[in-house]
Design a protein around this ligand. Structure first.
Ligand SMILES: CC(C)(COP(=O)(O)OP(=O)(O)OC[C@H]1O[C@@H](n2cnc3c(N)ncnc32)[C@H](O)[C@@H]1OP(=O)(O)O)[C@@H](O)C(=O)NCCC(=O)NCCS
Length: 100
């Protein structure tokens, strides 16, 4: 699953309120082959054409190393870290110009 979802204005994570949020979830047997990178790049490429100049945001736990590595590969840039759901969260943004 790769998902681009616009969060409500009153979304519980205020940093993402009103923003388009990227989510990803692959079955474990599909990990480690680049599929998530390829799928997310395709979704972001579509988004860059559909909504030019608009940012996509991403929230993930800093302890989630594969997710943090994926975010970096995709070109997401850290904005801040914060505590939520009993864990440190990473909040980053991406725009088409970020990665060229
Ligand atoms: C987050 C998640 C999608 C990342 O999966 P992933 O397999 O690490 O990411 P990719 O599919 O892009 O694969 C990249 C890895 O495959 C490797 N790889 C192997 N063959 C490859 C190939 N032919 N091409 C590209 N990459 C390849 C890469 O080196 C990379 O490994 P590395 O990070 O150790 O260098 C996965 O861990 C997941 O679904 N987790 C559960 C859900 C979750 O936590 N979501 C985030 C919640 S916010």
């Amino acid at each position: 699953m790769v998902q681009l979802e616009r969060r409500d204005a009153d979304y519980e994570v205020r940093q993402a309120a009103g923003q388009v949020d990227l989510g990803y979830l692959l079955l474990p047997e599909a990990w480690g082959r680049g599929y998530a990178t390829e799928a997310c790049e395709a979704a972001l490429g579509w988004f860059a054409v559909a909504l030019p100049g608009e940012a996509v945001v991403l929230i993930t736990q800093t302890a989630n190393t594969p997710s943090m590595r994926l975010a970096a590969r995709l070109g997401f840039v850290e904005v801040e870290r914060f505590e939520a759901y009993d864990a440190e969260q990473w909040f980053g943004t991406w725009t088409a110009t970020t990665t060229g």
